[in-house]
Design a protein around this ligand. Structure first.
Ligand code: AMP
Ligand code: MG
Length: 331
């Protein structure tokens, strides 16, 4: 990004237009959060329902009180510990904050991203930027500028290039509006890290004993175009052969090394990292590639049950949700 790009980006934002920019989580489709007409452009480009609130990105925690009021002490503790970084706080909104950006709610979601391009732009712009992931509503989030170009084309307007995103899954969202802090969306910052800073129990999306998502909390989101299934390591090979025998092509995200034995042009395999952090970073990029590889099914080996995998499990559950597929049990 050159100083010229930065100047042009800020001129667009001042004019109420959108700019796509990289963050450490995913690429965001940004617009001036205090300009309702600009925010409406985001909803229109994404095809996102108007009651679905957007996260406001700010340059530093010093700007938090322009958006939230009152700010509970716990918000400052989390902000001081994790900002800039992949943590979004849901707080009571200031009265002046436009309902367009909060989806009509009396709360606002705010974060300080940790990426040099995002920071440079936020600092030069000065205000807050509403910025959801730069994809059509419900689709896979983009982790490279190319993903954005492929998904939004001309409508993306200006895209600031910043290389592949370092974290690759969306921010952890914590609500501090109720009695108990609540994780609304798991991300790279874990429930354990938040609990440690706050020194008390927090609530979160319950995954239930069967591994099935809690009822009600699930919306179709983060989904590839190709139907996706999650399978245990033991049942994955059989399912791959089934797809091939039926004349189809299988795209596989495997965790175990013997995936290579499928050697066939009817199978495209990614051998993913067994480290949650690295898996998360590569996750959307792998799904984007498989989604474009002409596969009939995406078959994903069930990730481990440990807490550090909760963000990946959450995104996988949502990716399969619209097709009422099931999550494999641990047995
Ligand atoms: P994203 O899709 O990454 O833009 O994240 C938006 C998500 O943030 C929404 O789906 C909500 O879960 C959450 N969110 C944003 N604003 C609010 C808010 N005011 N109150 C509760 N949740 C919010
Ligand atoms: Mg999104």
């Amino acid at each position: 990004m050159t100083p010229d790009d930065l100047e042009k980006a800020v001129a667009r934002l001042d004019a109420g237009l959108t700019v796509v920019f990289p963050t450490e989580t995913v690429y965001g489709l940004g617009a001036d959060a205090s300009n309702p007409e600009a925010v409406k452009r985001i909803y229109a480009i994404k095809g996102r329902p108007a009651d679905h609130p957007l996260i406001v990105h700010i340059a530093s925690l010093r700007q938090l009180d322009s958006w939230a009021d009152p700010i509970p002490p716990e918000a400052w503790r989390l902000a001081e510990r994790f900002w800039p970084g992949p943590l979004t706080l849901v707080l009571p909104r200031r009265r002046e904050v436009s309902g367009t950006v909060t989806g009509g709610r009396d709360t606002v979601a705010v974060r300080v991203p940790d990426h040099p391009v995002a920071s440079a732009r936020l600092e030069t712009f000065g205000g807050g930027l509403a910025a959801p992931s730069a994809n059509r509503f419900g689709r896979l989030s983009p982790t490279t500028a190319r993903h954005v170009q492929e998904e939004l084309g001309e409508e993306a307007g200006m895209i600031l290039e910043g290389g592949p995103c370092r974290i690759g899954v969306e921010s952890t969202i914590v609500s501090l509006v109720g009695q108990t802090p609540l994780i609304l969306r798991p991300g790279a910052i874990s429930a354990g890290q938040i609990r440690e800073v706050l020194g008390r129990e927090i609530g979160g999306p319950s995954e239930g004993l069967t591994g099935q998502p809690a009822p009600g909390g699930l919306s179709a989101h983060y989904a590839p175009k190709t139907p996706l299934e999650v399978l245990s390591a033991a049942s994955l090979p059989g399912r791959v052969f089934q797809v091939i025998r039926a004349g189809g092509k299988a795209g596989v995200l495997a965790l175990t090394g013997d995936a290579g034995r499928f050697g066939s042009d009817k199978v495209a395999i990614f051998l993913m990292s067994t480290r949650a952090e690295d898996y998360g970073r590569d996750f959307y990029a792998a799904l984007h590639l498989l989604d474009r590889a002409g596969c009939d099914r995406l078959l994903v080996e069930r990730p481990p049950g440990a807490e550090e995998w909760s963000a990946v499990r959450d995104r996988l559950r949502r990716a399969l949700a619209p097709r009422s597929a099931t999550w494999p049990s641990e047995t």
